[in-house]
Design a protein around this ligand. Sequence first.
Ligand SMILES: Cc1cc2nc3c(=O)[nH]c(=O)nc-3n(C[C@H](O)[C@H](O)[C@H](O)COP(=O)(O)O)c2cc1C
Length: 151
Amino acid sequence: MTSLQILVGTTSGNTEYLADHAAELIKQQLQIEVELHYEPDLSELDQSQPWLVFIASHGAGDYADSMLDFYDQIQQITELKSFPYAIVAIGESCYDTYCAAGRDLDKRLAQLGAHRLCQGLEIDMLEDDPEQAVEQWLPNWIEALRSYTQK
Ligand SMILES: Cc1cc2nc3c(=O)[nH]c(=O)nc-3n(C[C@H](O)[C@H](O)[C@H](O)COP(=O)(O)O)c2cc1C
């Protein structure tokens, strides 16, 4: 493993801020190159390296604006390589479709053959301290990534 792809699904910027924060923490803790994709395009993503996806739900559980094209792209394929991924889903618990975009993407990536590295994180922007939630969850992800790469 030489690099990490961070995919960002945001409409109003909260998720971008969190992804940037996570990228800094990861760079401090792991000696890997971190590539941030603010408008992910499937053809530009490396499927031999891990993906960490930060995605907010909008509309009625839809993908945030910066990942709408990506949503279309993953409907049109039947397979992905089995790279490890994890999802950080951002939403607000007042919606019936709480974190629905992140949950949908998690299911879709697994269905296409990618490998769910660990239980993802769901952040409720109404209740949680989002930076703290990420800081508490990241060690689990790092541990899972380490055991995966040592296999
Ligand atoms: C119009 C609108 C629709 C939303 N729909 C949902 C939703 O269906 N499910 C959910 O969990 N959160 C929903 N949210 C909450 C957003 O996910 C939350 O505000 C998040 O912080 C937005 O992140 P962003 O700034 O990165 O776009 C919605 C917010 C707005 C403004």
